[in-house]
Design a protein around this ligand. Structure first.
Ligand code: BGC
Length: 334
């Protein structure tokens, strides 16, 4: 079991989840398990979560673990955190279709669980009252990406490099089965079509949210000399992988397809600023971390959950926002 970091003043001898006390000085003990510590977006979100916990001024201990892409590892991490008497556990599922073990352990020990980013189906979330989800609306991110891409294509008629009045596009997809991959790809393309742009699908590749995998896939496209005028990437890291491939092939920006990402990670924002990435969509990692922390704290202290933005007492979803050179300053300051 790999622990990433542990903060807090004291690891007290905790005797179970005292979630019904609201003693101001009581220590709070939060456990977090992420699916993969090397995921850029997740690592930014976790860092924000960690900062909210350290800046809170209360006696808070946070244990953060990486499941290293193994659901079995994550299950035993959760078991360990329950044994450590965590008041609440935040879980970024490895396999979003396999939360059963975690739900059973949580219910048996009366430990609330906040799932985040990798969304379990609602039937699973409804299996116990102390299960929550914090994330965002994948459909909206696709729509915003599509809207930015359509605006860009209208402003840059030269993007139709072969002049056939159609835009040949390629999709770089995240993990198969991830809600943000399936939905983003569809809704982005739908939006561009709705905006009146004629598209022709040149292909797609699953690149698992990974910069290197995306680079390999796009290097292949370049090698095959395929005519691609637009690349829609399900996240910034894959968009950056595409840019790496063009850069490595010494293809200048003006000869590359338009490239769009989603996330607004630090590296993503830098690429928008340097005009290599034509646009991205802000996946509010800071807002998600803040909402998760506020919920974790309220659950730990047994406080009411009103005012935390919960939908149906279960979900908190932060809105996405389109990012381009016109409004990037706002995000660089975050
Ligand atoms: C983010 C990706 C990230 C994935 C991990 C998505 O919401 O956009 O960058 O890799 O979540 O689950």
């Amino acid at each position: 079991m790999k622990r990433l970091m542990c903060i807090g003043l004291l690891m007290m001898a905790l005797g179970g989840c005292a979630s019904n006390t609201s003693d101001e000085n009581r220590q709070i003990h939060i456990g977090v398990s992420v699916y993969d510590e090397y995921d850029t977006f997740i690592s930014e979100l976790t860092q924000y979560f960690y900062s909210y916990a350290t800046q809170d001024g209360r006696n808070i201990t946070v244990e953060i673990y990486s499941a290293e892409k193994s659901q079995l590892t994550q299950n035993s991490q959760v078991q360990g955190m329950i044994a450590d008497a965590c008041d609440v556990i935040c879980v970024n599922l490895v396999d979003r279709t396999a939360p059963s073990k975690i739900i059973d352990m949580a219910r048996n020990s009366n430990t609330p669980v906040i799932f985040f980013n990798r969304e379990l189906v609602s039937e699973d979330l409804l299996r116990w009252k102390k299960l929550y989800y914090v994330g965002a609306d994948a459909y909206q991110s696709g729509q915003l990406q599509g809207e930015s891409a359509a605006a860009y294509l209208r402003e840059h008629p030269e993007a139709d490099r072969n002049g056939d009045n159609m835009i040949q596009y390629f999709v770089l997809e995240g993990e198969a089965g991830h809600q943000d991959a399936i939905i983003r790809s569809e809704s982005s393309v739908d939006k561009i079509l709705e905006e009146g742009i004629v598209l022709e699908k040149e292909g797609y590749a699953i690149a698992d949210w990974s910069r290197t995998q995306a680079q390999t896939q796009v290097a292949l496209l370049i090698k095959e000399n395929r005519n691609v005028e637009l690349i829609l990437a399900n996240n910034d890291d894959m968009a950056l992988g595409a840019i790496d491939a063009y850069r490595n092939a010494n293809i200048k920006k003006e000869d590359r397809p338009a490239i769009f990402g989603i996330d607004g990670t630090e590296v993503g924002l830098e690429a928008v600023l340097s005009r290599e990435l034509d646009g991205t969509v802000f996946n509010d990692m800071k807002g998600q971390a803040e909402a998760m922390f506020a919920l974790a704290k309220a659950l730990s202290l047994g406080e009411p959950l009103d005012g935390l933005g919960l939908i149906d007492n279960k979900y908190i979803r932060l809105p996405y926002e389109a990012i381009s050179l016109d409004n990037i300053d706002k995000y660089l300051e975050e």
